[in-house]
Design a protein around this ligand. Structure first.
Ligand SMILES: [Zn+2]
Length: 108
Protein backbone atom coordinates (compact mmCIF):
# COMPACT_ATOMS: atom_id res chain seq x y z
CA UNK A 1 0.00 0.00 0.00
CA UNK A 2 1.50 3.29 -1.06
CA UNK A 3 -0.58 5.41 1.24
CA UNK A 4 -1.21 4.77 4.89
CA UNK A 5 -3.21 6.30 7.69
CA UNK A 6 -1.65 9.51 9.06
CA UNK A 7 0.41 10.13 5.93
CA UNK A 8 0.50 13.63 4.54
CA UNK A 9 -0.81 13.58 1.00
CA UNK A 10 -1.34 16.07 -1.76
CA UNK A 11 -4.44 15.94 -3.92
CA UNK A 12 -3.56 16.12 -7.60
CA UNK A 13 -7.05 16.08 -9.13
CA UNK A 14 -10.55 17.20 -8.30
CA UNK A 15 -12.03 20.16 -6.48
CA UNK A 16 -9.38 20.23 -3.76
CA UNK A 17 -6.50 19.89 -6.18
CA UNK A 18 -3.06 20.81 -4.82
CA UNK A 19 -4.24 20.85 -1.22
CA UNK A 20 -2.40 18.87 1.41
CA UNK A 21 -3.94 16.95 4.27
CA UNK A 22 -3.60 14.02 6.60
CA UNK A 23 -4.98 10.62 5.71
CA UNK A 24 -7.75 9.64 8.10
CA UNK A 25 -8.63 6.27 6.69
CA UNK A 26 -7.55 3.99 3.87
CA UNK A 27 -9.97 1.72 2.05
CA UNK A 28 -7.83 -0.97 0.41
CA UNK A 29 -10.77 -2.74 -1.28
CA UNK A 30 -11.76 0.33 -3.23
CA UNK A 31 -8.29 1.86 -3.48
CA UNK A 32 -9.46 5.02 -1.82
CA UNK A 33 -8.49 7.15 1.12
CA UNK A 34 -10.21 9.91 3.05
CA UNK A 35 -8.29 13.02 4.02
CA UNK A 36 -8.92 15.22 6.99
CA UNK A 37 -10.86 18.34 6.06
CA UNK A 38 -10.63 17.77 2.31
CA UNK A 39 -13.08 16.72 -0.37
CA UNK A 40 -15.88 17.41 2.06
CA UNK A 41 -19.37 16.33 1.35
CA UNK A 42 -22.37 17.51 3.29
CA UNK A 43 -24.85 15.00 4.49
CA UNK A 44 -28.24 16.26 5.55
CA UNK A 45 -29.76 14.40 8.42
CA UNK A 46 -33.49 14.65 8.77
CA UNK A 47 -35.08 15.54 12.05
CA UNK A 48 -36.15 12.38 13.78
CA UNK A 49 -38.87 13.94 15.88
CA UNK A 50 -40.99 16.92 15.07
CA UNK A 51 -39.51 19.94 16.76
CA UNK A 52 -35.95 18.71 16.22
CA UNK A 53 -33.83 20.41 13.65
CA UNK A 54 -32.26 18.50 10.84
CA UNK A 55 -28.49 18.50 10.84
CA UNK A 56 -25.83 19.13 8.26
CA UNK A 57 -22.88 16.86 8.76
CA UNK A 58 -19.69 17.41 6.83
CA UNK A 59 -17.50 14.43 6.20
CA UNK A 60 -14.47 13.83 4.00
CA UNK A 61 -15.43 11.70 1.02
CA UNK A 62 -12.81 9.09 0.08
CA UNK A 63 -10.65 9.96 -2.90
CA UNK A 64 -9.16 7.54 -5.37
CA UNK A 65 -5.53 6.97 -4.45
CA UNK A 66 -4.48 7.62 -8.03
CA UNK A 67 -5.46 11.23 -7.33
CA UNK A 68 -3.18 11.44 -4.34
CA UNK A 69 0.55 11.84 -3.95
CA UNK A 70 2.44 11.13 -0.81
CA UNK A 71 4.20 14.08 0.77
CA UNK A 72 7.55 12.74 1.86
CA UNK A 73 8.15 13.37 5.57
CA UNK A 74 11.90 13.54 4.91
CA UNK A 75 12.10 16.12 2.11
CA UNK A 76 8.59 17.60 2.25
CA UNK A 77 7.91 17.12 -1.46
CA UNK A 78 4.97 15.42 -3.09
CA UNK A 79 6.51 12.32 -4.56
CA UNK A 80 5.97 8.99 -6.17
CA UNK A 81 6.60 6.06 -3.92
CA UNK A 82 8.89 3.14 -4.60
CA UNK A 83 9.41 0.02 -2.60
CA UNK A 84 12.57 -1.45 -1.21
CA UNK A 85 13.30 -4.43 0.96
CA UNK A 86 15.12 -3.74 4.16
CA UNK A 87 16.40 -6.05 6.84
CA UNK A 88 14.02 -6.40 9.67
CA UNK A 89 15.20 -6.74 13.24
CA UNK A 90 13.64 -9.87 14.61
CA UNK A 91 14.56 -13.07 12.83
CA UNK A 92 16.18 -10.93 10.16
CA UNK A 93 13.04 -11.05 8.12
CA UNK A 94 13.07 -8.70 5.18
CA UNK A 95 10.33 -6.14 5.20
CA UNK A 96 9.01 -3.99 2.45
CA UNK A 97 9.52 -0.31 3.00
CA UNK A 98 8.39 2.71 1.07
CA UNK A 99 11.03 4.88 -0.55
CA UNK A 100 10.73 8.48 -1.65
CA UNK A 101 11.54 8.75 -5.37
CA UNK A 102 12.84 12.27 -4.86
CA UNK A 103 15.25 12.02 -1.93
CA UNK A 104 15.61 8.19 -2.00
CA UNK A 105 15.11 7.95 1.72
CA UNK A 106 13.11 5.23 3.40
CA UNK A 107 9.79 6.52 4.60
CA UNK A 108 9.00 3.73 7.05
ZN1 LIG B 1 11.75 12.60 0.10
Amino acid sequence: MKIKTNDQVKIIAGKDKSKIGKVLQVFPESGRASIEGLNLLVKHLRARRSGDKGQRVEFPAPLDMSNLMLVCPKCGQATKVGFEFKDGGEGNKKTKARVCKKCKKLID
